[in-house]
Ligand binder design. Structure first.
Ligand SMILES: [Zn+2]
Length: 211
């Protein structure tokens, strides 16, 4: 059984997630903590609950999703996992931080590269990696059909979709990929998005105004 802890961090109100298994291991996804207070909120939760972070994953490398990469990688000695060709976006995050005047200690270089169809073993369950470009060129989502959950980054939001006006974004690709890769999944799957509240595959398939 996976437990999900959500934090909403930084001026972009980005959702950072801890995926926690029965052995108290946790995967840190898109840590957006950007100052001491938010870093402490994350690490206090980890310590108070005796969790052992075992992986650091970015769904994509937009600045709001990578602000805490350095902190998490350094504190828990984790190598960053990311989709192979999303790598150059990490470089761009430095310029984005400057543009928005946000303090940012640059993310470490990725150590592990994920690809479509990878399966991440996690305790007695696992996550499948799907490649869903459109919002960012090499955006991935993590899905556990068994646990009925999807960590969706900025692909799909409750009643909305990710913006496609940033470098490498493509509206048609995003719509196409959601229709062909996300909507065929089980309708009951709960989507934990990069911004805003949770939703389900079925809710978005039936009610999202973009479709
Ligand atoms: Zn994004």
């Amino acid at each position: 059984m996976i437990k999900i802890k959500k934090f909403t961090f930084n001026p972009f109100q980005e959702n950072s997630y801890l995926l926690i298994n029965d052995e108290k291991e946790c995967i840190v996804v898109d840590p957006g903590c950007f100052n001491r207070e938010e870093e402490t909120e994350l690490s206090s939760y980890i310590e108070t609950n005796n969790l052992k972070p075992t992986m650091l994953i970015n769904t994509h490398a937009h600045i709001d999703h990578v602000l805490g990469n350095h902190f998490v990688a350094n504190k828990y000695q984790l190598g960053l996992s990311i989709f192979q060709s999303e790598h150059p976006m990490l470089e761009m995050a430095i310029r984005s931080a400057e543009m928005y005047s946000i303090p940012y200690t640059p993310s470490p270089e990725p150590q592990y590269f994920l690809k479509e169809g990878d399966n991440i073993e996690f305790g007695d369950t696992s996550f499948d990696i799907l490649h869903v470009p459109g919002h960012a060129p090499d955006h991935i989502v993590l899905i556990s059909e068994e646990e009925n959950i999807m960590i969706g980054g900025d692909v799909l939001f409750k009643q909305s979709i990710g913006r496609t006006d940033l470098p490498g974004g493509n509206h048609e690709d995003l719509i196409h990929n959601i229709k062909t890769k996300i909507f065929p999944l089980k309708e009951s799957i709960v989507i934990y998005s990069g911004h805003g509240p949770e939703t389900t595959v079925g809710d978005e398939k039936n009610n999202n105004p973009f479709f």
